[in-house]
Design a protein around this ligand. Structure first.
Ligand code: HEC
Length: 91
């Protein structure tokens, strides 16, 4: 991938981009993904989420949105400077 970028950008620019991007992904994982998964598993393990039907409990949706919507928006935003790049996410 870096070879493609190097067609137009200097190698230090490309390297710095990936350092920053990896940092953003790790920040998401450490701050949101890993703690949320731990909480979700704990709640499910305690039997507080029904096992019969998925997505019938609000927490299942919250967890899904955290990963699929906000998480993807954060990762894709950081990767591709999407218009809905969530600057507040880093604060
Ligand atoms: C065909 C040439 C070309 C290639 C290949 C290319 N870029 Fe760019 N890139 C540009 C140009 C031109 C701009 C400036 C666009 C602008 O300012 O509107 C830019 C802008 C950027 C910016 C700054 C965006 C911003 O909003 O400040 C980053 C970061 C970037 N490129 C990273 C990459 C990465 C990572 C790759 C490889 C995956 C890549 N580019 C591949 C031409 C290229």
């Amino acid at each position: 991938m870096k070879n493609v970028c190097s067609a137009c950008h200097t190698s230090s620019y490309v390297d710095n981009f990936y350092i920053q991007y990896d940092g953003a992904v790790n920040l998401y994982n450490d701050k949101f993904g890993i703690p949320a998964t731990a909480i979700y598993k704990k709640v499910r393990g305690a039997g507080l989420i029904a096992n019969d039907t998925t997505f019938d409990d609000e927490l299942e949706w919250t967890y899904f949105y955290l990963w699929h919507h906000e998480g993807r928006r954060a990762r894709m935003g950081a990767a591709m400077f999407a218009p809905d790049y969530p600057v507040a996410w880093f604060l």
